[in-house]
Design a binder for this molecule. Structure first.
Ligand code: C2E
Ligand code: MG
Ligand code: MG
Length: 677
């Protein structure tokens, strides 16, 4: 072989080999040795094979080719075996060299090692596989123009485009909120500055859009930059977030904002009002006697009532106002951007009118009213807490004023609230410190004028404020549940008095005591021990009467019915007090075996001047007598009232005309007078 040729082949960076027609090597260059891992001595050994045994197919092709046109170079991919056994992919170019006669003298071949390239091809393929199977859409875009340079499969499929279509598009076609000139450039700058995560909206080919989270990065190669965006479809997450947000901020029953959202809204309104120097009104609204409806008609109907109330309230306020459900039957309204206070009055009157219309709950038609408290920002308070508190106090004041009305917050309400806190504290100690006593008022037989029995009425000798009347503390005692213990004290005190008077004055004497609905719900079941206690004292049930208010009858609490039946069965009279002020019906009276009804003082007061009241009293008496119920009229102050009631057929009377409530000693004098006559 030509020396010059050998020198070139020796220096060539590509594997070269010269072989004889029989296949034996004539020359193998260093690059070839290096590629296959043999030394020069080893490679010429006969046993060395550099072609793997299963490579016969390509070998066959080469043989055929060399047979037909040996002097035309052929190029073919072929595999080789490294000395270690490792397979090396290679690209073989081979040609025969002729001798002087034109026969094949030797073959010269060049083999390019394809290992590196194959590896690169494979990793590129894997990379594509990875990208196309990713659950995120991935884009590479030109930071200057916003043109899309490349994307993975999801990148075009999710948007409804083909890959080719996608590569002709611009990021602004996908993300409509971007414009090429400004926003895209801003986004590129932000990304360069390290602001990499953002949420936006992507638009599908069909025009629909969906929320995405983009994680963006800016990379450079040489002096060229690329924007890479990994885009995640967050439709489901957003939906879930919306559900969670709704659950956290809205009342499921009425779909109104709840207490929490109300707080937020008021905070925002205050900020707005600070800027615009305008007023806000905060309204608290509580349905009057909702509990009675709920208890008597059942919770499902109570729910319907609340939903209907919410609807009516909504129709009274503007869309920009906030109407919220505070819980139970309490609603709150924020009226923002108020110019003048008058507007509030219009809204409130509208509300009271709309709520006064009857509610149809299935077959039942009910009437409810509402008590509303109003508080103004900045006049009455500067923080949400103080405004809510103010509206709440004003609402309670409206309730105290007889319901179905509204009250504006005044600082004196705040003072009253503080006083109340003091009263609660004192009430807790009143029993231990022996500050209660009972006074007694006679109930008189209207035909004979004789004392029929006594009603025991509670008095509290307050250490600083002097005598306090039930109206000043019973509600607090009920709210704090202290009424259970107080009621028990009243019972035992009254029993002691009955024993005394039965022994000393009248062996059949009877005292009636007032009871609160709360006592019937008492978990200690104190009332269950009353009948056995009377028996222990040797007293029949007839020695005691229990006065209940209509609130007790309306309470669906099962224990109440049972307890009243027990009382009645033991001979204890059940008296329905303050009749006519509540919601009870004839059906109730029958169901609960009421023995007496006491016509409320408000009907007696104007008896002589208001013919309607007379008609009512006559009707009540007639109806009660038909049911076998006796009637007591309370609050009789004048002989005229007594006469009218007597004529109307009323059985008993009670009131200042006969006697004010008096101490036990004073009452004994009344009894003695009776004995003397
Ligand atoms: P009530 O059971 O309807 O008692 C009648 C109230 O009317 C008593 O007020 C009595 O002093 C008053 N009164 C009686 N005759 C006349 C009259 O001719 N004219 C006027 N203007 N008033 C008259 P008092 O003692 O302030 O009691 C108020 C309410 O407090 C009672 O109304 C009763 O519901 C409740 N109460 C009183 N004692 C107790 C008690 O021991 N336990 C419970 N739970 N409530 C009680
Ligand atoms: Mg009473
Ligand atoms: Mg009464």
């Amino acid at each position: 072989m030509n020396k010059g040729l050998i020198r070139i082949l020796d220096a060539a960076p590509v594997a070269m080999v010269v072989s004889h027609p029989d296949g034996s090597f004539e020359y193998v260059n260093p690059a070839m040795l290096q590629m296959l891992g043999y030394t020069e001595d080893e490679i010429y050994q006969k046993e060395v094979t550099i072609s793997p045994p299963d490579e016969w197919a390509s070998n066959q092709v080469i043989r055929e080719q060399l047979k037909t046109s040996p002097f035309t170079p052929i190029t073919i991919e072929k595999r080789y075996v490294h000395k270690s056994g490792r397979i090396i992919p290679g690209l073989l170019t081979i040609v025969a060299l002729p001798d002087a006669k034109g026969d094949v003298e030797r073959l010269i071949a060049q083999i390019v090692d394809l290992s590196q390239r194959k590896k690169e091809e494979e990793s590129l393929w894997l990379l594509t596989l990875l990208l196309n199977n990713a659950h995120d859409a991935i884009y590479v875009a030109d930071p200057l123009s916003g043109g899309i340079l490349e994307c993975n499969r999801l990148g075009h499929e999710r948007l409804g485009y083909t890959h080719d279509e996608m590569l002709r598009m611009n990021v602004t076609d996908i993300n409509k909120s971007l414009s090429v000139e400004t926003s895209w450039q801003e986004m590129v700058e932000k990304t360069k500055a390290g602001d990499n995560i953002r949420e936006s909206i992507h638009t599908h080919k069909d025009g629909s859009s969906f929320p995405v989270e983009a994680s963006v990065s800016y990379v450079t190669k040489g002096d060229k930059g690329y924007m890479i965006s990994v885009i995640r479809d967050i439709t489901v997450r957003k939906k879930n977030e919306a559900i969670i947000w709704k659950q956290a901020n809205f009342d499921p029953l009425t779909e109104l904002p709840n207490r929490r959202l109300l707080q937020d809204r008021l905070k925002q309104e205050i900020k707005k009002a600070q800027r615009s120097k305008q007023r806000i009104a905060v309204l608290y609204l509580d349905l009057d006697r909702f509990k009675e409806v709920n208890d008597s008609l059942g919770h499902p109907k109570g729910d319907v009532l609340l939903v209907e109330t919410a609807k009516r309230l909504k129709s009274c306020v503007r869309d920009s106002d906030t109407l919220a459900r505070q819980g139970g039957d309490e609603f709150a309204i924020i009226l923002g951007e108020l110019g003048e206070k008058n507007h509030v009055e219009r809204v409130v009157k509208d509300i009271l009118t709309k709520l006064s219309e009857p509610f149809q709950l299935g077959d039942d038609r009910v009437y409810v009213s509402a008590s509303i408290g109003i508080c103004f920002y900045p006049d009455d308070g500067a923080t949400p807490e103080s405004l809510f508190k103010g509206a709440d106090l004003a609402m309670y004041s409206a309730k105290d004023q007889g319901r179905n009305c509204f009250r504006y917050f005044t600082p004196s309400m705040h003072q009253a609230a503080i006083t109340r806190i003091g009263l609660v504290r004192d009430l807790r100690e009143a029993l231990e410190r022996n500050q209660f006593h009972l006074v007694y008022q006679p109930v008189v037989d209207l035909t004979t004028g004789e004392i029929h029995n006594a009603e025991a009425l509670l008095r509290w000798q307050h250490p600083e404020q002097g005598i306090l009347y039930p109206l000043e503390f019973i509600t607090i005692a009920e709210e704090t549940k202290l009424i259970a213990d107080i009621g028990s004290w009243v019972f035992h005190q009254a029993v002691r008095q009955i024993l005394n008077w039965r022994q000393n004055h009248d062996p059949d004497f009877k005292i009636s005591i007032n009871t609160s609905p709360i006592q019937y719900r008492d978990s200690k079941e104190e009332m269950k021990r009353w009948i056995p206690y009377l028996q222990e004292q040797g007293l029949p049930g007839q020695a005691l009467a229990i006065e209940i208010t209509e609130g007790v009858l309306m309470d669906s609490h099962t224990g109440i019915t049972e307890q009243l039946i027990h009382f009645h069965a033991a001979g204890i009279d059940v008296v329905l007090d303050d009749f006519g002020t509540g919601y009870s019906s004839l059906a109730h009276l029958k169901k609960f075996d009421v023995d007496y009804i006491k016509i409320d003082r408000t009907f007696i007061k104007d008896l002589t001047v208001n013919p309607d009241d007379l008609v009512l009293c006559e009707a009540i008496v007639a109806m009660a007598h038909k049911l076998g119920i006796k009637v007591i009229a309370e609050g009789i102050e004048t002989p005229e009232q007594r006469e009218i009631l007597k004529t109307a057929g009323c059985d008993y009377g009670q009131g200042y005309l006969f006697s004010k409530p008096v101490t036990a000693t004073e009452f004994e004098q009344l009894l003695s007078q009776k004995e003397q006559t």
